[in-house]
Design a protein around this ligand. Sequence first.
Ligand SMILES: Cc1cc2nc3c(=O)[nH]c(=O)nc-3n(C[C@H](O)[C@H](O)[C@H](O)COP(=O)(O)OP(=O)(O)OC[C@H]3O[C@@H](n4cnc5c(N)ncnc54)[C@H](O)[C@@H]3O)c2cc1C
Length: 347
Amino acid sequence: MIDCNVLIVGGGLAGLSAAVHLRRAGVEDVMVIERMSGEQYGHYHRTCGEAISDRMLRLSGIEADCAVRRIDEAVITCAGVDISVRVKGQIIDRERLLEAMRTQSGARIVTGSVRSVRRDADGYTVMTGSEEYRCRYLIGADGAFSIVRKSIFGHVPEVRIATVNNIVRGDSDSGTIRFSVSPEYNGLYTWDFPSKDGLRSVGYTIGDDDVEGYVERGIRYIVTSNDRTVVKEDCCIVGDAAILANPLCYGGIGVALLSGRKAAEAIAKNDLGRYQRWARRAPMLDHHYMEAYRTVRAWAPEDYPDAVVPFRRGSSFILLRGAYGMVRRPKWANVYTSIWMGFKFCW
Ligand SMILES: Cc1cc2nc3c(=O)[nH]c(=O)nc-3n(C[C@H](O)[C@H](O)[C@H](O)COP(=O)(O)OP(=O)(O)OC[C@H]3O[C@@H](n4cnc5c(N)ncnc54)[C@H](O)[C@@H]3O)c2cc1C
């Protein structure tokens, strides 16, 4: 049996961010259990658009030289209309970021796949195939299918979207990330982001599209929900394990890093309730995003052209256009605001 003070299940962005901030706050005896290693781990974490806003990176407090491309515009194409949102962010080299966080955390990181988690009188017992761990605090950072969430919290994501991300050859010099919304994607969309070294990331929901000639392809799930229960006694969940990604823009990197930070700071103060209060109040986790998502998922084919009518004459001065849209199409007001806010503040 191995004992530690804080045990983190999952060595991805959320888990390693928690480990880095625990160390900064002076919390000792921290362990991370990660089920993957080597190329399997790299492939899993490369299956992503890798876009993060400057604002979220700053809020997360993670410092690492991992930017590969500046991003200054998001273009959403719907019913033949391009809607442009000015943004400030970057495409990151996620493997470099993870490596930097591993070094900064100073935590004991072990390879193992957690199979069961249970609450005891004075902490938690966590079992992998070959080892038993005991800890005072437990952090579930084990992604969309979190075993910690399942065992301790019991709630499931409202939505699971199976996506395919393809790395393809193409122009990686652009600062624009593109989204294409159409009835054929059933209220969802495809994305096309610049990457590094003459590569792009092109993705979509499984079964909705296809690209040929990809250099690499990965499949992963995006989960969304409005359940903001992230703390139970001395256990908390962060990042995708806590189902925190934005349902409209799928932004989950920033909130994974930030929730790891908030959980770590709460543990350092011996008051996990602080993290729960943050999750309930943070504007980026507001319930309006999920409501807008549900509205768009329920759109009939004729709703797509209808929703973009206010943007037909051009999409510059997007705020003004959005306000005009709300007057002309009040029934889509929450969709306009949530998409704008989502692309501005939630990735
Ligand atoms: C195709 C795609 C594109 C995306 N594009 C973007 C984007 O451009 N921008 C953005 O902001 N977000 C994007 N996201 C969302 C973002 O990738 C996730 O929200 C983010 O990875 C969440 O990080 P995490 O650390 O919480 O979880 P994960 O990245 O899933 O990490 C969880 C870790 O836990 C480990 N683990 C799981 N189970 C166990 C277990 N039982 N035992 C031990 N270890 C375990 C896993 O191996 C993994 O390393 C995208 C998601 C997908 C699927």
